[in-house]
Design a protein around this ligand. Structure first.
Ligand code: ZN
Length: 203
């Protein structure tokens, strides 16, 4: 493993995949997450200690595009009857110190997560506003859920929080009732209920 991991014993790497289309146009919709995989990495050995994987049924456009299926190799049969395509991916890197999450970075799928020397770039921000907001909010959530006496409980709560972003591109704001506000979907989640809100609509 590279020295870029110095000081961190474990990393959880998450790669969301979502619906996509070959060309932008009238037939395109906001991308919805359709696959949610995660691995727990031991940075000392480079071994994967645990894995989580789940397919998600997109609600707005349950029929995947052929382009998407070709691109991702994921058969729509895995999720439903029609053909599906994936293209947009969110990446979330969780940095652990001991058993506690110390920092979270969320990025778009096509964004670099390695430096030129090949080491993992865990600190730089996403260039997309939506992922910058989610990164900020995820770190606030991580601090909220942190539990020094029961660190695994904090991690579990945080993972549940992160999971609520599976509907990022479909869920409407609980206050204004709209999906987009200033062209951004609801990036805030109320900590107790995990209900979605725009930044401006936060309770
Ligand atoms: Zn709103």
């Amino acid at each position: 493993m590279s020295n870029g991991f110095a000081g961190f014993s474990f990393l959880i790497v998450i790669d969301f995949e979502s619906t996509c289309w070959a060309e932008k146009g009238p037939g395109c919709f906001p991308p919805e997450i359709i696959e949610f995989p995660a691995v727990l990495l031991d940075t000392q050995t480079g071994h994967i200690l645990d894995e989580f994987h789940s397919y998600v049924l997109p609600t707005e456009t349950p029929q995947l595009s052929e382009f998407c299926t070709q691109l991702t190799g994921v058969s729509n049969d895995l999720i439903f009857d029609e053909l599906v395509t994936l293209d947009r991916i969110l990446k979330a890197i969780l940095i652990f110190k001991g058993l506690m999450i110390e920092w979270v970075v969320v990025k778009g799928f096509n964004e670099e997560s390695t430096k030129p020397d090949g080491s993992l770039d865990v600190w730089s921000d996403s260039k997309y506003q939506v992922f910058q907001r989610i990164t900020e909010n995820a770190n606030a959530a991580m601090l909220n859920f942190q539990s020094p006496l029961y660190p695994e409980l904090g991690v579990k709560s945080f993972m549940t929080y992160l999971h609520s972003f599976l509907k990022l591109f479909t869920e409407k704001c609980k206050k204004c009732g709209y999906h987009l506000h200033n062209n951004i979907p609801p990036t805030w989640r109320e900590f107790k209920t995990l209900e979605p809100f725009h930044e401006d609509c936060r309770p």
